[in-house]
Design a protein around this ligand. Sequence first.
Ligand SMILES: [Zn+2]
Length: 220
Amino acid sequence: MAEIRIIRCPGCGGQITLLPSKVFRYLCPHCKGIVILSRRHLTLSYVLGFILSLIIAKALQLSVMAAPLWIPIFVLSFIVVAQLTALVISPYEVYRYDAPPPGVIARNLGMFLAIWLGIVFTIMTYGYVLGWAAYLIGSHRDLIESMDMWSVPLGFVNPEFVVRPHKGLVEVIGIVSANSYFWALGLMLVFKFVHSRMRRNRVTELAISGTTVGEEDDGL
Ligand SMILES: [Zn+2]
């Protein structure tokens, strides 16, 4: 039995019948607006869901070794939070063709956050696999050595920022996130530097070939 739901169009308030579909994109029959999932609602739900999952992980005293258990906790937290925030913010919005593209600052911030989260996620996954491998083989020295790598740079300044197996999952996520912040910042600066050099070369080439440079708004 297919599940049919009815939502209100955030544009005109008319009713839209939702048919089960993997892609969330509906045409409002009343105002012809395209209704999509609200980015604001999704972002808020992710952030609050993430915080809630950390609180639960802390309350359960999850250890680093139990890291995968955090994933279902996060998924559940996200679902619960998304339902609750839907009462305050509409989970849908009307897609606008003429919406202004994100500015330079918004784009750079988005890129920085993506790099930062990517590093944290990679380290946690890699650390988990390596942690268990070292645990099974029984080589604790390798384990400690790999953990030292993730404790840079803040571990130099404050021993609280050194990752150790006995520390809790939430604590380690915090340490890794704090350290990754600096890694992400460094990576971002390198990327921006290379990118600007490449652009400069391209602009020079175009100038030599006599073509006018088109509108480019890739700022630093
Ligand atoms: Zn509508």
